[in-house]
Design a protein. Structure first.
Length: 221
């Protein structure tokens, strides 16, 4: 009797799956593999960085921080740990992409030392390292290696300030090189949608855009 009932149940499930256009694997996908908060927010560990379509909350150390986004301009760079990106020139590996406003949450989650002794050095800055929203997740992008800077020749490239609202003279150390036809896209990624930039002119001296190995570069020679 038990065997007959089990057989009928399996046949019924197979018929239901077949009619709905879903595979047997799909029918069981996700069972016991994810956990949700009371608010329906998916939570995951810092190594996976995945979600079930809601807000992605990365748990690390003693807290958590949000890395999800729904469009450009919602992301920022965050340096895990107690001392920021540290000394020397940072790389993409020095940061994680986080949702704007989550800087303190990242610090609380990843600085696990009560009285951290940070080195005395100037905070490093690399204008080509930015945080973009891609596939609904904040990611760290090295503009120099990204498609936003791809080129075939020098005429494909332009220089612009790395930040959102530049004015007046811009030092060459704060310039990025991108494709001319991706300028609007770049601005959308680095500018907070809630910020309105003042009307002003910016300029720079001592640099020019150059296409090097099929990516736009800042040439100061």
């Amino acid at each position: 009797m038990l065997r007959s009932s089990l057989t009928l149940a399996l046949v019924g499930l197979a018929l239901y799956v077949g009619c709905g256009g879903t595979t047997m694997a799909d029918a069981f996908e996700g069972v016991g593999t994810s956990s949700l908060t009371d608010a329906g927010t998916s939570r995951n560990d810092a190594s996976s960085g995945t979600s079930d379509g809601g807000t992605t909350v990365v748990e690390a150390g003693s807290g958590s921080y949000v890395v999800s986004c729904s469009g450009p301009g919602q992301c920022a760079l965050g340096a895990p740990g107690c001392c920021g990106a540290g000394c020397g020139t940072p790389t993409a590996a020095s940061y994680v992409g986080i949702q704007r406003g989550q800087e303190q949450a990242l610090f609380a989650a990843t600085c696990t030392q009560t009285n951290a002794q940070c080195p005395e050095c100037a905070e490093a800055y690399e204008p080509s390292i930015q945080a973009f929203c891609r596939d609904n997740k904040c990611v760290v992008v090295d503009v120099r290696k990204d498609g936003i800077a791809s080129c075939g020749n020098d005429d494909d490239c332009m220089l612009r300030p790395a930040e959102c609202c530049p004015c007046d003279q811009v030092d060459v150390s704060r310039l990025v090189a991108i494709r001319k036809d991706r300028d609007t896209n770049y601005k959308q990624q680095v500018c907070d949608p809630a910020v309105k930039c003042p009307t002003c002119q910016w300029r720079y001296d001592g640099a020019r855009p150059k296409c090097v190995d099929n990516h736009c570069a800042v040439d100061t020679n």
